[in-house]
Design a protein around this ligand. Structure first.
Ligand SMILES: Nc1ncnc2c1ncn2[C@@H]1O[C@H](COP(=O)(O)OP(=O)(O)OP(=O)(O)O)[C@@H](O)[C@H]1O
Ligand SMILES: [Mg+2]
Length: 307
């Protein structure tokens, strides 16, 4: 089973208005609501690929019930830790005339120590965790060290652990030796504490991480992904596509990589699928993730070279 962890999930609510006027009333023409959060996106993308997953994390309140219902509708099983606070709602205002989106991001509830304890105990009881994906930002009340703990427990349960985080959470998470990390270029440069100007510099720094992280995937937006493992460094590039929105591209890349692993594909095959899935996500606007038919088409067009 693939478990995903989203510590600070959100209901994403997009309101479509003809033209946004500030200091005035705006009529909402339609609205859409989604279950959001980075680990949640990985679960949703995996479900669309036919891979069963269970979403873990903190959810509370009436909106939390709706959140779970939406996920179940998409084929994502949930085993959230219930909290006393209410799940946050992010509001995105989509101006139809200009295409501009204005996001109002909520910080969300504060996690209580006892809630964190319950969550960790739940992780410690996981019996069939083949993969554990830890992804996204931290809620109030938790320190970045929680990522280290989660990876530790995942490793102890025999799971292959995947960490997609930034800043301190990434730095501390790595100390617990995750199987895979997927920083983007700027997240990796922040970790390195220096600019990584080209692919050679990226590969060089990934080699420094090798004794702690067996597989480093560095996503480079339109330039695809560099994968560094012991004895191998590959760069996979997507074809040129017409990009509608890059929201969720990184999460779909993680899901695609896992899908490759689950299908027992070669390292290059998994990488190819990661790039195809990330790029497939860019073909859909808003919070749309990757469509399997787009992934299938793009996977044939991704080029892989040794670097
Ligand atoms: N402009 C683009 N054109 C083609 N493919 C893209 C583009 N942007 C992203 N992708 C695809 O998505 C993958 C992940 O994108 P990116 O490097 O932007 O991740 P990220 O910065 O972690 O994103 P996120 O904000 O979702 O966390 C890339 O490796 C690539 O395959
Ligand atoms: Mg990312």
């Amino acid at each position: 089973m693939v478990f995903t962890v989203t510590l600070n999930p959100a209901v994403d609510r997009t309101l479509f208005v003809e033209r946004l006027r500030t200091d005035s009333s705006n009529r909402v023409r339609r609205e859409a609501r989604y279950a959001g959060g980075k680990g949640i996106d990985v679960s949703r993308a995996l479900a669309s690929m036919g891979v069963p997953t269970v979403a873990l994390g903190f959810v509370g309140g009436f909106d939390g019930k709706e959140f779970e219902g939406r996920l179940l509708n998409e084929g994502v099983a949930c085993d959230f830790t219930r909290i006393s606070g209410e799940i946050r709602t992010n509001v995105i205002i989509h101006d139809e005339e200009s295409g501009h989106e204005t996001a109002l991001l909520a910080s969300g509830p504060e996690i209580q120590p006892v809630e964190l304890m319950e969550f960790i105990e739940k992780l410690e009881r996981l019996s069939d965790a083949r993969y554990l994906v830890v992804s996204g930002s931290l809620p109030r009340g938790l320190t970045p060290a929680v990522y280290r703990r989660v990876i530790q427990v995942g490793n102890d349960r025999g799971a292959r652990t995947v960490l997609d985080a930034s800043g301190e959470a990434l730095r501390l998470g790595i100390r617990a030796r995750p199987s895979v990390i997927k920083p983007n270029r700027s997240e990796l440069a922040e970790l390195a504490g220096r600019e990584l100007a080209d692919v050679a510099a990226i590969v060089g720094f990934c080699r420094e991480l090798q004794d702690q992280v067996p597989t480093v995937l560095v996503s480079l937006g339109p330039d695809g992904i560099v994968m560094v493992e012991s004895g191998r460094a590959l760069h996979a590039r997507p074809p040129k596509v017409e990009v509608k929105s890059t929201v969720g591209a990184g999460d779909c890349a993680v899901a695609g990589f896992l899908h490759g692993l689950i299908r027992d594909e070669s390292p290059a095959g998994c990488l190819r699928r990661a790039v195809a899935s990330g790029t497939a996500a860019t073909l859909n606007d808003g919070t749309g993730l990757c469509r399997p038919e787009d992934v299938a088409r793009l996977v044939e067009q991704v080029t892989v070279e040794e670097v």
